[in-house]
Design a protein around this ligand. Structure first.
Ligand code: MG
Length: 243
């Protein structure tokens, strides 16, 4: 069984966040028999938007490895987790409320701007998100994104509180003690109960490195380097390698 973990921002999505350009790529992966797992710093609500656009039915990993959402009945065996609507959720990260409370205490000292103290208009300006996607990004369950800071040092204070500050392509993501790799490993172990697993990952940022560590074959879109990953120019180049 072939399982591929895909990052969203700057991997499947371009500057305009449209699901359209990646549609053909996703369809080719489906035809090649892949289970397609989104593994991104985006929220559940945002990922459900893309899963609908691409007609994906597989599990997905939200907020930088903070939780694995598994559609009920997807695996032909019982999976332990929290029930949320029609998903079983395996929670690995921290609750949003605690992360926000800690950031609220540090905000004025470091000049921090994040979802929890920004307006939808400010978030549009920071991220370039289309207006209709902004409310989905505000539906945070396990992480925050710091868009702006006036001085450094806040990372250390977050770590002293048991949180992690992870650099993405433009911003700093604040999560509990987890990463994309830990969450991917949970799924690889579940798939392994069904048969031999061939695992792949594609990403573009440092927050994808832990993911690269746990899969058989890793690919980086762009010029960042990782000892295990192969650099590709665009996500479509993957089809030449695995199709
Ligand atoms: Mg990315």
């Amino acid at each position: 069984m072939k399982v591929v973990f895909l990052d969203l921002d700057k991997t499947l999505l371009g500057e305009d966040y449209s699901p359209e350009p990646a549609k053909r790529f996703i369809d080719s992966l489906k035809k090649a028999g892949f289970e397609i797992i989104l593994n991104s710093s985006k929220t559940r609500a945002e990922q459900e938007y893309y899963r609908r656009a691409w007609k994906l039915r597989e599990p997905f990993v939200v907020e930088n490895g903070s939780a694995v959402f598994i559609p009920e009945g997807y695996f032909p065996f019982e999976v332990e987790g929290v029930r949320k609507g029609d998903h079983i959720v395996i929670e690995l990260g921290e609750r949003y409320e605690r992360i926000k409370a800690i950031l609220d205490e540090l905000a004025s000292k470091y000049g921090l701007k994040y979802y929890g103290n920004s307006t939808p208009e400010e978030v549009r300006a920071f991220t370039g998100l289309p207006a209709e996607l902004v409310p989905l990004a505000f539906e945070r369950e396990y992480s925050e994104t710091i868009f702006k800071w006036s001085r450094g040092g806040f990372e250390r204070e977050l770590e002293a509180n048991g949180l992690r500050a992870v650099r993405g392509s433009r911003f700093v993501n604040v999560i509990g003690d987890t990463d994309k790799g830990k969450a991917a490993l949970v799924l690889i172990r579940l798939y392994s109960r069904l048969g031999k697993v061939e695992s792949y990952a594609v990403g573009d940022g440092e927050n994808d490195f832990p993911l690269f560590e746990v899969v058989d074959r890793a690919f980086i879109v762009g010029s960042l380097r990782h000892p295990k990953a192969i650099n590709i120019g665009s996500i479509n180049d993957l089809l030449g390698v695995v199709g």
